[in-house]
Design a protein around this ligand. Structure first.
Ligand code: ZN
Ligand code: ZN
Length: 327
């Protein structure tokens, strides 16, 4: 996996079916045909140049379009479309309003087209489809394609499938428990130790438990060799040993030109320690490495709120209009 992400413009446009709604939000037409592309929104026989579309609002299938009419006055058109079409309309309007600031990057790891609106070009790009962070232009760090946020601990790590296996017997009755989980290696360590001690009683499951224990301690380094010590730093962070964790992250950062995910982990140590003032510059640095890394922007928004940095907060919200207010 050494290909780099490429930036490509792609033509766009789509057709859809819709109903007109009356002022009370009730269906007021038969099913009609519409289309939307970079120049025109067509609603049955009505054509609206894109520069006259001011906003797309509403919720779920009820969609409110705010447009300028022929006299330059604001007018609203209420239609019913599927939630997917509504989402595409919102994205289309954002894309048009971003103008030259809109760009697309093809993820080198899942080949999805990542839309980016008005954010700076940085050395890394975040793929919201496969949750990876890809380093652009240069040879990416080894194992980068395996790293993403762990669903269990929420740290940037290398989640993998692990099998949990317990064997037991009582006199003539015997049985086993079997499960599969997808977690990072530092999350697996606790589970692997538990599996080892419980299987030690009945011996038969012991080799398998030992194998998973070794995998939990060694697997992260083998999977992502250019991020040595990441699992140890994450494990220290989970124990609340912030200094140990932070120096582990620093050691990795000193070897990589850009590492938004590692900076994010380091920032989370300060967030969880209640030191928002120290977390803010690390999250800003994560966004300087990867301008569209939404997890960092999302935490930074909360950090700015806690610190009462209203000016930075409003600037961030302009760049990230879809981030929910959490406090
Ligand atoms: Zn991807
Ligand atoms: Zn984890």
């Amino acid at each position: 996996m050494e290909q780099t992400a490429t930036q490509v413009p792609t033509p766009w446009g789509f057709g859809f079916e819709f109903y007109l709604l009356d002022e009370d939000g009730l269906v007021d037409s038969p099913q009609l045909q519409g289309s939307f592309d970079s120049e025109t929104l067509r609603l049955a026989d009505q054509s609206i140049p894109v520069e006259r579309i001011l906003a797309v609002g509403g919720a779920e299938e009820d969609t409110l379009l705010v447009v300028l009419d022929d006299q330059g006055r604001e007018a609203t058109i209420q239609i019913s479309v599927s939630a997917e079409v509504r989402h595409q309309l919102v994205l289309g309007v954002r894309r048009i309003s971003a103008g030259d600031a809109y760009r697309e990057v093809v993820c080198p790891y899942c080949e999805s087209v990542i839309p980016i609106y008005g954010l700076a070009e940085t050395r890394q790009v975040y793929c919201c489809y496969c949750d990876t962070i890809a380093t652009l232009a240069v040879k990416p760090p080894r194992g980068e394609h395996r790293l993403r946020l762990c669903d269990q601990c929420c740290y940037y790590a290398c989640p993998q499938n692990f099998t949990i296996f317990y064997f037991w017997f009582l006199l003539i009755v015997w049985g086993w428990d079997f499960d599969r989980i997808r977690v990072c290696h530092s999350c697996m360590r606790l589970e692997a130790w538990r599996m080892l001690w419980k299987n030690a009683i009945f011996v038969i499951g012991l080799p398998f438990a030992l194998f998973q224990l070794v995998r939990a301690y060694r697997g992260g380094r083998l999977s992502a060799p250019d991020y040595p010590g990441l699992d140890d730093a994450n494990a220290a962070a989970k124990r609340g040993e912030w200094d140990v964790a932070s120096s582990g992250y620093e050691a990795i950062l000193s070897t990589l030109p850009a590492a938004a995910g590692v900076r994010y982990n380091q920032a989370m140590c300060f967030v969880l320690a209640g030191e928002s003032g120290n977390a803010a510059p690390l999250l800003e640095a994560a966004l300087a490495d990867c301008s569209n890394y939404e997890p960092a922007a999302s935490v930074l928004l909360r950090v700015y709120q806690r610190l009462g940095r209203d000016e930075e907060l409003s600037n961030l919200k302009i760049q990230w209009p879809d981030l929910p207010d959490s406090e």
